[in-house]
Design a protein around this ligand. Sequence first.
Ligand SMILES: Cc1cc2nc3c(=O)[nH]c(=O)nc-3n(C[C@H](O)[C@H](O)[C@H](O)COP(=O)(O)O)c2cc1C
Length: 335
Amino acid sequence: MQYYMAPMEGLTGYVYRNAFRRHFGGIDKYFMPFLTNKKLSHRERNDILPEHNAGLWAVPQILTNRAEDFLCIAQELKEYGYESVNLNLGCPSGTVAAKHLGAGFLAFPAELDAFLEHIFEKCELKISVKTRIGKEDAREWETLLAIYEKYPLEELIIHPRLQRDYYKNTPNFDAYAYAAEHSGHSLCYNGDITGAESYRKLRERFPQTGKVMLGRGLLANPWLPGDLRAWECGLSKDRNEAHRECDKVRLRAFCDDILSGYCAVMSGDRNVLFKMKELWVYMGELFEEPQKYLKRIRKAERISEYKAAVNALFVERELRGREQVSCGFFEDVLS
Ligand SMILES: Cc1cc2nc3c(=O)[nH]c(=O)nc-3n(C[C@H](O)[C@H](O)[C@H](O)COP(=O)(O)O)c2cc1C
């Protein structure tokens, strides 16, 4: 099984990716948050610079519905040495979809087909697609998949939800099954894999699945790839007290590394704290009864206050058993 890190705009930039590789790893490919400007912004360029991705198998992603813009960005990526690029057809955001971008593009199959024809004819990089299964209705999926089948995609990553679902409802396994049956592409599953239980359901229904992309579950539990590999091998992941202490030390080093990474490249406490607070929305779940501490983290206005709050959390709270790292954040944060 191969595990991919999902692109998550604002969260899985190069500071996070590098810290993740140093402290946890277990990820086969890191998909980068989308690039959208024909002339890359400073932030976008920084994220893709090869020196910021050394030792990572990193795949840049483009969000556009203009073939010329796609080709222009792809050309620049090629000059940086990239061999593959991913097309974002999954972003559900209302503002993005209203511009017929991301999952919003799926409502225009004829235009999408023409776009793909153009980029596959001209692009010198391998192209993979990350898609949802439609805009409004799962019946759109058959048509969309038939379009994808016309082109030599490097791989097809499927998040089996509709644009209008955002992150609500459960992933549509039947739609993924349809692709597994009818697609000649190499498929990757993405959606709501947060631990052994959700993974078991996926593996039982799709024993042939060879690739899984991990998003929010990975942010909430950086041990996830290791846990899933252990599950594959039938290993127990019971942690005794000593293990849990080691886990804490490791997690602490990871968090400190991310913080110093942001401090080194961003100016002002506010910007750095904004990034760290976003991460804690997910990571807070790792601890027993973290609410009081997370509130302190959220309220921190200076890095010194933030550090004191994080320190208190690590000293005064234990890590949960990882099967209990559930995804309360799915409803709370994203609905
Ligand atoms: C905050 C946030 C940012 C995201 N940014 C991107 C992005 O830049 N590109 C993309 O293709 N998907 C993006 N996604 C979608 C994820 O890559 C992934 O498809 C989605 O979260 C479902 O997987 P999961 O259930 O494992 O989280 C984002 C999702 C979230 C919650």
